[in-house]
Write a protein that binds this ligand. Sequence first.
Ligand SMILES: NC(=O)c1ccc[n+]([C@@H]2O[C@H](COP(=O)([O-])OP(=O)(O)OC[C@H]3O[C@@H](n4cnc5c(N)ncnc54)[C@H](OP(=O)(O)O)[C@@H]3O)[C@@H](O)[C@H]2O)c1
Length: 256
Amino acid sequence: MRRTALITGGASGIGAAAARRLASDGWSLAINYRSRRAEAEALVAELRGVGAEAEAFAADMRAPEDIAAMFAAVDARFGRLDGLVNSAGIGLPASRVADFDAAALLHLMTVNVIGVMLCCREAARRMSTAQGGRGGVVITVGSMAGTIGGRPGNSHYATSKAALDAFGVGFAKEVALEGIRVVTVRPGVIRTDMTAKGLADAKHAATVAASIPMGRPGTAAEAGAPIAWLMSDEASFITGCTLDISGGGFHIASAP
Ligand SMILES: NC(=O)c1ccc[n+]([C@@H]2O[C@H](COP(=O)([O-])OP(=O)(O)OC[C@H]3O[C@@H](n4cnc5c(N)ncnc54)[C@H](OP(=O)(O)O)[C@@H]3O)[C@@H](O)[C@H]2O)c1
């Protein structure tokens, strides 16, 4: 039976790119979406077209009951869970700390942190060899933002992503003897819907490019491929760490 991976936020961007690569690596895919039903269904059709088993599952990462129901639905459809990619995530409009909006912060932390932790809870319950599972791999999409405190006005987003670095290390140690590997990948700027509006502004795009040693943002495929490799058996001794997918990080002098 083929290994099955659930990808949150899998209908777009980095999650969809990981799904495409995992399908070509022989995985079956459970594609989570919130509002992007049409995109999720189109991706499922595409993945089936290349011979993968795939299904779309609705769930809002803000709703713990949605998360539990989604994992139960994946159990019912595929009968096993070997991989989890936590790609669902949001940003907020840039804001100085003095102008923070409490409801927006709660939304951010609920999706970017609590949602990930609850998905990891569900994965651990299914994958842990101590709980009758076969083991598995969890890849969480953090961000380089967490390493620099975010670009100006983005300390909120950076904080949510830095939390994932810490959680990933602790989670990895807890389940290392239970067959589960846990890695946090940290993209720099990647061209996806999340960054499209900003990068459409030529001045902003030039500033961003100048802040990256490789001189350009990455593509979703350039993030999806390392995620898929980390999920492969070739990465069998890699856990409890982070992998930066960032074109070299940031030039400190020009990291606006
Ligand atoms: N692009 C970058 O430069 C970059 C850099 C570092 C890290 N990241 C991280 O990479 C991950 C993927 O982002 P992306 O760049 O691929 O952008 P994206 O295409 O906007 O993907 C984000 C996905 O998360 C989903 N999502 C948001 N809120 C959700 C919720 N409450 N429940 C379920 N799904 C939800 C979105 O679906 P809906 O639109 O339906 O809500 C969307 O499919 C995110 O965690 C992001 O923080 C991105």
